[in-house]
Design a protein around this ligand. Structure first.
Ligand code: F6P
Length: 351
């Protein structure tokens, strides 16, 4: 019987279990092997069989039933290239191919393994929504809802106390999550990595809003930075070639704004709550569709591609075309126009 491996890589996202279920159910007549903890499971030779019973009812569960690891690559794990080892392990298992569910890092590794001889297929996910050729990535819809709710809650407490409230979102170097949730949650100011903000402009909008309404709400992406400045980094992974964790911008801004405005400012860093919890119906649906499409491609031996989602349609592109590419908010985008048009500040000096 044909055998196919599946793993989830990188940071988790709501909807991953729906993909695993959709893939497993659609791979009728195929033995599906779940690889544990992303690429680490390939390195450490840890798998478990999946089937109808194993995936029953998991579509509404947050996280990933297979486990995942962030920033573990068989191309460079503990100062060694493990690609030959993992490829020979896949051959020992008799895998016809590997389905890798993940973000751009997972896709880059999948592309490299495919080129080195392990047939691989990529299924995209990330709450950051920053994968090339994917306009709504798995997990993004749920994360937007989580951030929107946090903004709504910040509105009421901020209004009660007459404070400037800051909510910091994830998103790495892309501002999609802050932009969509900021609009949905009626933030007064939305700060994105793609548009360097002007502190004077941010302070002026806060003053105007607090004078008019008593409080102000800022939605700031973790990768946002002052105009001409650098992104701030919250954490450094020991041994990593560069700092790995963005963030800290909300606390820094809160300190600066409190000093300038002489008012109370509070910052909330949402962190990993944005990745956890029950996937929205939209992410369950997208996950199921991605899994089923992945199964169809795997059954047809169409390896070497990543499934795409553009213009509301599912498609595929070569993995090599998306590896290493990040989709950020273009400076000309209808949501930016919408924000400016309704008086939401993007922290621009001339706004
Ligand atoms: O890429 C997803 C993401 O959640 C980013 O938004 C965030 O910067 C990063 O992962 C956090 O990584 P970790 O889970 O390693 O802290």
């Amino acid at each position: 019987m044909k055998r196919i491996g599946v793993l989830t890589g990188g940071g988790d996202a709501p909807g991953l279990n729906a993909v695993i279920r959709g893939l497993t159910l659609a791979l009728e007549g195929v033995e599906v092997l779940g690889i544990e903890d992303g690429y680490l499971g390939l390195i450490e030779r840890r798998t478990r069989p999946l089937g109808r019973a194993a995936v029953a009812g998991i579509e509404a569960d947050g996280g990933t039933m297979l486990g995942t690891t962030n920033r573990v690559s068989p191309l460079n794990y503990r100062d060694r290239d493990w690609s030959a080892d993992v490829i020979s392990y896949a051959r020992e298992l008799g895998l016809a191919g590997l389905v890798a569910i993940g973000g751009d890092g997972t896709m880059a590794i999948a592309s490299a393994l495919h080129m080195r001889g392990l047939p691989t297929l990529g299924l995209p996910k990330t709450i950051d929504n920053d994968i090339a050729c994917v306009e709504r990535s798995l997990g993004f819809d749920t994360a937007v809802a989580t951030v929107t709710e946090a903004l709504e809650r910040s509105h009421t407490t901020g209004a009660s106390h007459g404070r400037v409230m800051l909510v910091e979102t994830m998103g790495r170097t892309a501002g999609w999550l802050a932009l969509e949730a900021g609009l949905a949650g009626a933030a007064d100011i939305i700060l994105l990595p793609e548009i360097g903000f002007d502190l004077d402009a941010v302070a002026a909008v806060c003053s105007a809003r607090t004078a008019h309404r008593g409080s102000a709400l800022i939605c700031v992406a973790e990768g946002a930075k002052p105009r001409g400045g650098e992104m701030t980094f919250r954490g450094v992974v020991p041994g990593a070639p560069e700092p790995q964790r963005l963030g800290g911008v909300a606390e820094k801004l809160a300190t600066d704004l409190a000093a300038r405005l002489q008012c109370e400012v509070r910052a909330t860093v949402l962190g990993h709550v944005q990745r956890g919890g029950t996937p929205s119906p939209g992410d369950r649906l997208l996950g199921t569709l991605l899994g089923e499409t992945g199964a169809t491609m795997a059954l047809a031996d169409l390896w070497g591609s990543m499934v795409t989602f553009e213009g509301g349609r599912i498609g595929a592109v070569p993995l090599a075309d998306v590896a290493g590419r990040t989709r950020r908010v273009p400076l000309s985008h209808h949501l930016l126009d919408c924000a400016r048009h309704i008086g939401v500040s993007l922290g621009e000096a001339d706004a």
